[in-house]
Design a protein around this ligand. Structure first.
Ligand code: CIZ
Ligand code: SF4
Length: 319
C-alpha cells in the first residue's frame, strides 16, 4: 500500500539524517526485517544483535525487538543513543524474574555460579556472573560443570532443563517460561509428524521437554536457520516464533516450513506462535522513532556498569 511505502521512505531518510542503524530480531515482522536488511542494519538473534550494535559505527541504534535487547545494547555501548519503536515491548521471562526476588534467591545460594538468560532486565544481569543466550547456553554450562561449579539458572526453566539434560550440570532453577514456546504441544506434533513423516523437526529449547525430545535438531534461532539450510530435507516442522519464517524462506526458498502445533491437535495455527511483544514493532511506530521522547532506553549507570561484566563475558566467550 502507498501509505506503507511512504513510511519506508521516511524511515530511510531519518536513519541517514540521524546516523542511525536498525538492529532487528528474527521474530519481528517481515516488513521490519526487510527494511533492516535494505538499510544496512542487522536481522539476527539476541547474541548477534548485541555484537552488531556494539561493533557498528552508527551513533544511534534503533532496536526492533523487545526491551531487554534495547537495554543490552545500551549497556554495551553507553555512548550511543538507543531507541525502540516502543518500550512497551517486553518479555514474559523478564516480567517473571523481578530483580529484588531474584537477588534474594541468589543470596540464599551463595555457593552457586549465577547464570542468567539474556531475556532479563539490566538489574537481573547486574546480579549475574554469566549472561547467556540459547546459542551458547550449553557451552557455558559445560564449561562451568567441567570446573565442578554448581549453577543457579534463571529465568527459563525449559531451557535450563534442556541444558541440565544435555550437560549433566548441577542446576538450581528459577521458575520462568516463554509464553510463546511453552505453548508447543507434543501430542499435536506427533500427529503432524504422521502427516509429514519425512519432515525434519526443528525446535527452540525454550519449548517443553516433550517437544524438545521429538526434535531432529534443537537450537537457537540462528542454529535453526542454519539447520534448515544445511539439512537435506525438503520439509521442516518448526517450533519457534513464526517471525523466523521470513529468514527460513529467504535462506532456503525451495523448502517448505510448517509451524509446529500449539493446540492439542494436529491443525497448524497461523495466528499463534507469535510473540505479542515482538509484534508491537511496526512500521508506524518505527517511522516516529526519532520524534518522540518516550522511547529512548536509559539504564542506571551503576547497574549498567555491573551488568556490563557478564555481558562482555558472554561476547568474549562466544567470539
Ligand atoms: O525467544 C527469544 O526471545 C529469543 C530466541 C531470543 C534470542 O536469543 O534471539
Ligand atoms: Fe520473550 Fe518468548 Fe517473546 Fe522471546 S518470544 S521475547 S522469550 S516472550
Amino acid at each position: 500500500p502507498a501509505e506503507e511505502s511512504d513510511l519506508v521512505v521516511r524511515i530511510k531518510a531519518d536513519l541517514e539524517r540521524h546516523n542511525a542503524v536498525i538492529v532487528a530480531h528474527y521474530y519481528t515482522s517481515p516488513k521490519i526485517q526487510a527494511l533492516a536488511e535494505e538499510t544496512g542494519g542487522c536481522v539476527s538473534d539476541s547474541l548477534e544483535m548485541a555484537r552488531f550494535g556494539h561493533d557498528h559505527p552508527a551513533r544511534t541504534l534503533v532496536v526492533c525487538g523487545v526491551r531487554f535487547m534495547g537495554e543490552t545494547a545500551k549497556i554495551l555501548t553507553p555512548g550511543k543513543r538507543v531507541l525502540m519503536p516502543t518500550l512497551e515491548a517486553t518479555c514474559s521471562l523478564d516480567i517473571g524474574c523481578p530483580a529484588d526476588e531474584f537477588s534474594a534467591f541468589c543470596d540464599a545460594h551463595p555457593d552457586r555460579e549465577v547464570v542468567v538468560y539474556a531475556n532479563t532486565s539490566a538489574a537481573v544481569k547486574a546480579r549475574a556472573d554469566w549472561v547467556v543466550t540459547s546459542s551458547i547456553a550449553l557451552k557455558v554450562a559445560e564449561y562451568l560443570a567441567d570446573q565442578g561449579r554448581k549453577i543457579l539458572w534463571a529465568p527459563d526453566k525449559h531451557l535450563g532443563d534442556y541444558v541440565r539434560r544435555e550437560t549433566g550440570a548441577d542446576i538450581l532453577m528459577w521458575d520462568g517460561a516463554c509464553i510463546v514456546h511453552e505453548e508447543f504441544k507434543a501430542r499435536g506434533l506427533a500427529d503432524l509428524k504422521k502427516v509429514y513423516p519425512e519432515a525434519a523437526v526443528l525446535v527452540h529449547p525454550e519449548s517443553p521437554a516433550a517437544v524438545v525430545e521429538m526434535a531432529d535438531r534443537v537450537g537457537s534461532t540462528t542454529q535453526i536457520i542454519n539447520a534448515a539450510r544445511d539439512m537435506p530435507n525438503e520439509r521442516f516442522i518448526v517450533a519457534t516464533d513464526q517471525g523466523i519464517f521470513y529468514k527460513l524462506q529467504q535462506q532456503a526458498p525451495d523448502k517448505e516450513f510448517i509451524i509446529a502445533p500449539t493446540a492439542g491437535k494436529g491443525a497448524t495455527c497461523r495466528s499463534c506462535a507469535h510473540c505479542p511483544w515482538m509484534a508491537m514493532n511496526e512500521l508506524g511506530n518505527l517511522a516516529t522513532v526519532f520524534d518522540r521522547a518516550d522511547n529512548e532506553i536509559h539504564v542506571d549507570p551503576a547497574i549498567s556498569e555491573r551488568a556490563m561484566v557478564p555481558l562482555r563475558r558472554m561476547l568474549e566467550f562466544s567470539a
